[in-house]
Design a protein around this ligand. Structure first.
Ligand SMILES: *Cc1c(COP(=O)(O)O)cnc(C)c1O
Length: 394
């Protein structure tokens, strides 16, 4: 066998042996609580469509109108001839929504993180990253060439001791606002104070907070009353609560101008289709005009937590739409997920290496499109799945 085929076969075999072989469920319906997977209908609790906008008729219409006006493809990168009026307007509206000078739209959140971090720091600089940060922030740190140091999750002392040891270069502190697999929130106020004390910059990846948290849905910073001066670099994604696709960085005019000049994942890629930007503009309007979506989501979160606690399920300290149930062993998480599936519920089992060894979990996510009854039905199914798991001989 060719050495590459040999290598790939070995890697895949190892994955299978560890029960960590990943497969992609095939979705046969639009996103929503009722999801058809491989031809079978389920009640789903695993999407990041937190506000239920991914299949909203107004957003879909805005995309169709965008296609009528701009066609399908953007044709080029932003700096050549792919930057349409829709992208431009979306950036202005995102900046205004976030209370920041400017915003820059990227094709994905992964690319926004790569682009921002590599533009801000390099060899001789430092990145301090929370241990549970998203993979894209980790890869961004490694790619930047800066000295990369991870501090204990949400631990201020651990961050402080690392900061106090740095004696040269610039320091970027990078954290998720809401942690994607735990649902908890970064202690941003304390991190802002530390960043100030040490002349560091704080960057927040608010993929799971943007649209959901705070009185205006501006995200984790809105919830905690923080502004551009406190957190100079804000990243938000458009494929989660906003229900479309893409991401943005928002901050000072100078930051955005520098990213346009320096961020390679911004410069050397095709702009997202203008119609996607048009749909996102409509979606952003709905976020601003329909606070009931956030309120309903908040009520569902409280309802789910109260019910799960009654059932004796191990929840994490999360106030967000991400409500993991820690199961522990990989096989148990899979068995729970399987038992739920048999009852018509689709909930993802998350296992190492996505989460730490021994902390496999069901990642339950709630959205504004779910009803109270659907959450109650999930709780009932969870109770049954848990009982079934306990009965199984080990
Ligand atoms: C989803 C996610 C990203 C990546 O965003 P995409 O637009 O999906 O590429 C980055 N950071 C966090 C924390 C995320 O959850």
């Amino acid at each position: 066998m060719n050495p590459f085929e040999q290598h790939l076969a070995a890697v895949l075999d190892e994955r299978r042996a560890l029960s960590r072989y990943r497969v992609r469920p095939r979705i046969d319906s639009p996103q929503g609580p009722e999801l058809t997977v491989d031809g079978v209908p389920y009640l789903a609790f695993c999407s990041n469509d937190y506000l239920g906008l991914a299949n909203h008729p107004d957003v879909a219409l805005a995309m169709r109108e965008g296609i009528d006006q701009f066609g399908v493809g953007s044709g080029a990168s932003h700096l050549v001839c792919g930057h349409s009026a829709e992208h431009h307007a979306l950036e202005q509206e995102l900046a205004s929504f976030c209370g920041r000078e400017r915003a820059l739209v990227f094709s994905t959140g992964f690319m926004a993180n790569l682009g921002a971090v590599t533009a801000l720091v390099g060899r001789g600089d430092h990145i301090l990253a929370d241990k549970l940060n998203h993979a894209s922030l980790i890869d961004a740190g490694l790619l930047s060439g800066a000295k990369f140091n991870r501090f204990l999750h949400n631990d201020i002392d651990s961050l402080c001791s690392r900061l106090s040891k740095i004696d040269s270069g610039r320091t970027l502190i990078a954290v998720d606002g809401v942690f994607s697999m735990d649902g908890d929130i970064a202690p941003l106020r304390q991190q802002v104070a530390l960043a100030r004390e040490y002349d560091a910059w704080l960057m927040v990846d608010d993929a799971h907070g943007f649209g959901c948290l705070g009185p205006n849905g501006r995200g984790t910073l809105d919830l905690l009353g923080l502004e551009q001066d406190d957190v100079p670099v804000l990243m938000g994604t458009l494929g989660k609560a906003l229900g479309t696709f893409g991401a943005f960085i928002a901050g000072s005019g100078q930051l955005i101008e520098a990213l346009i000049q320096l961020a390679r994942p911004y410069i050397y890629t095709t702009a997202m289709p203008p119609a996607v930007a048009a749909a996102t503009r409509r979606s952003l309007q709905l976020v601003a005009e329909q606070p009931w979506r956030r309120q309903h989501l908040g009520e569902l979160i409280a309802r789910f937590r109260a019910g799960a606690e009654q059932l004796g399920l191990t929840l994490m300290p999360s106030k967000t739409a991400v409500q993991p149930i820690v199961v522990g062993a990989d096989a148990d998480a899979q068995a729970m997920s399987h038992a739920l599936r048999q009852r018509g519920f689709w909930v993802a089992a998350i296992r190492p290496p996505t989460v730490a060894e021994g902390s496999a979990r069901l990642r339950v996510t709630l959205t504004a499109a779910h009803t109270n009854n659907q959450v109650d039905a999930l709780l009932k199914a969870l109770a049954e799945a848990q009982q079934e798991l306990r009965k199984e001989p080990l």
